[in-house]
Write a protein that binds this ligand. Structure first.
Ligand SMILES: Cc1ncc(COP(=O)(O)O)c(C=O)c1O
Length: 289
């Protein structure tokens, strides 16, 4: 699961944790967020799973797959117009039986409002609701189990680096990682105003008030799913050199961040860095790569 990538001229060793290789239709961080949510849904005797995402959402894709395997009906509230052509992601989701519930951009913005959620749930009785990105306590707690895959709970490493969308995965990892290890999140969207606050709140919910983490906002490239030329070139070189595919939305930005920090000698000589590959490869189909 952990592979060595390279050692820099000044002696910084970079490894990668391959969550993308989890043998499931829901690989990456999705496995850790969703499996415990499905167990909770079973305990609640729910028959339907409902969540939110975009037309290329890794989260909806994984939810549809796992729901299908575990015998749940799934409802994907998608930020898209009914007339839009189906993306490969939504085609897969439909093939696994997901009902697509289309939401306009303005409705989608209401996805966390209690009244709006109540209206949607009324249309799908007996549902278990999972927030966008699997960003609930159970999802974050599940991501804490990623640390079980790292020898000595990560204590051989100076820092872990991972991409952040909601920050849920980071919160889970930061809650469980060994003392003394930094967890560096690379937001893939402009999130200066809210992500750190959301992560602190999630850590508080997990009962893990830790300050072992930080966000590095330099690498979002302007917007979610925006792929700057430099990141694209890094991704292509990385894939050729290491034979490991990245996804353009999340892991390419995290890997680019690690490479930039190493090149700028931001890690002291002798540091050991673990890049977390959080999956998302199905989302490559949204790009002309
Ligand atoms: C492949 C991939 N990596 C990273 C993330 C970011 O995870 P989080 O929202 O927990 O920060 C996501 C989104 O869930 C993702 O799909």
């Amino acid at each position: 699961m952990i592979q060595n990538l390279y050692t820099s001229a000044n002696g910084v060793e970079v490894d990668i944790l391959r969550l993308d290789t989890i043998d499931s239709l829901a690989p990456g961080n999705k496995w850790f967020k969703l499996v415990p949510n499905l167990v909770a849904a079973q305990h609640a005797n729910a028959t339907r799973l409902i969540s939110f995402g975009g037309a290329y959402s890794n989260h909806l894709h994984a939810l549809a797959a796992l729901g299908h395997v575990k015998g749940f009906e799934t409802i994907g509230c998608v930020r898209a117009d009914r007339g839009d052509p189906l993306t490969p992601t939504l085609l897969d989701a439909k093939s696994w039986g997901m009902t697509l519930h289309y939401l306009s951009r303005s409705d989608y913005r209401r996805r966390n409002e209690r009244e709006f959620i109540t209206e949607i749930l009324a249309q799908y009785p007996n549902s278990y609701l999972i927030p966008e990105g699997g960003a609930n306590k159970i999802g974050a707690g599940g991501c804490g189990k990623i640390v079980d895959l790292i020898p000595n709970r990560g204590s051989d490493y100076t820092a872990l680096v991972l991409a952040c969308g909601t920050g849920t995965t980071l919160a889970g990892i930061a809650s469980m990682i060994a003392d003394g290890v930094r967890v560096i999140g690379v937001p893939v969207l402009k999130a200066e105003k809210f992500m750190a606050r959301d992560i602190s709140a999630m850590l508080a919910v997990l009962g893990a008030d830790r300050d072992n983490w930080q966000l590095d906002h330099r690498f979002h490239g302007g917007a979610y799913a925006c792929l700057p030329q430099a990141v694209l070139e890094h991704m292509q070189t990385f894939e050729c050199y290491h034979g490991i595919l990245l996804d353009p939305v999340y892991t390419a930005k995290a890997s680019y961040a690690v490479q930039s920090m190493v090149d700028n000698q931001e890690f002291p000589a002798g540091s050991r860095i673990l890049l977390v590959h959080t999956g998302g490869l199905q989302g490559r189909r949204g790009f002309n790569l």
